[in-house]
Design a protein around this ligand. Structure first.
Ligand SMILES: [Zn+2]
Length: 181
C-alpha cells in the first residue's frame, strides 16, 4: 500500500506507519516516535474531517483532493514541492486562493485546532492565558490579517485560523501566539 492509497482509504494509522517505514518520519527514541506517530494520526484526522470557514464554498470533490494533498504535505514535508500531485495553476473554486497554496489552509486549520486542544487542556493552570495572531509579516499579508493581528483573544472567543476573512492570494499564513496577562 502506498501512503496516498492509505490516505484515500482514510487509514491514517497506516499512512503514518508508511511515512516512518519509508523514512519520511524518524525519531531519536521509541517514546518520541510514539508521540510523533500519535500527533500525526490526529493531524490527519483533523485535515480529513474539519473544514475551515475560509474554504466553506469549495466544492466537496475539490476539497477531498485538497485533503489528500494536505495529508501528503503533512507526512512528506510541507516545504517539498509535490509537483506531481499539485493541481494546475489558477485558484481553487469557491476561493481567491492560488491552487498550490490552498491545501496549506487545511494544514493551518489542523495546526490551529490541535493547538487550541492543547491550550484548553492547560487552561486551568493558565487562567491569564490570551492569544494573539501573528502574520507572515511580509508585503503579501492582507488588510484583514493585519487587523486580526492587532486583536487579543481568549480561548472561548469565536475565532479561527486560517482567518475566514483573509484575502491573501497565498491564503492566510497567520499562526497563533499564546501569551499570559
Ligand atoms: Zn490574509
Amino acid at each position: 500500500m502506498t501512503i496516498l492509497t492509505a490516505l484515500r482509504k482514510k487509514n491514517f494509522t497506516r499512512a503514518v506507519d508508511l511515512a516512518f517505514t519509508y523514512g519520511y518520519r524518524d525519531a531519536p527514541s521509541v517514546a518520541t516516535g510514539l508521540e510523533i506517530w500519535t500527533r500525526d494520526v490526529h493531524h490527519l484526522e483533523l485535515i480529513f474531517t474539519r473544514r475551515p470557514y475560509l474554504l466553506e464554498a469549495v466544492p466537496q470533490e475539490v476539497l477531498e483532493q485538497m485533503r489528500l494533498i494536505a495529508g501528503l504535505l503533512h507526512l512528506l514535508g510541507r516545504d517539498d514541492p509535490l509537483q506531481s500531485v499539485r493541481p494546475a495553476n489558477g485558484h481553487v473554486p469557491g476561493t481567491h486562493i492560488e491552487s498550490k497554496w490552498a491545501p496549506h489552509m487545511l494544514l493551518r486549520h489542523a495546526d490551529f485546532l490541535a493547538m487550541m486542544e492543547t491550550l484548553w487542556e492547560r487552561a486551568a493552570q493558565r487562567p491569564g492565558l490570551y492569544l494573539t495572531v501573528r502574520t507572515a509579516g511580509d508585503e503579501w499579508v492582507c488588510r484583514s490579517c493585519r487587523e486580526m493581528s492587532k486583536m487579543r483573544y481568549r480561548l472561548d472567543d469565536d475565532f479561527e485560523l486560517p482567518n475566514p476573512l483573509c484575502t491573501c492570494k497565498m491564503g492566510c499564513r497567520c499562526h497563533l501566539h499564546p501569551g499570559i496577562y
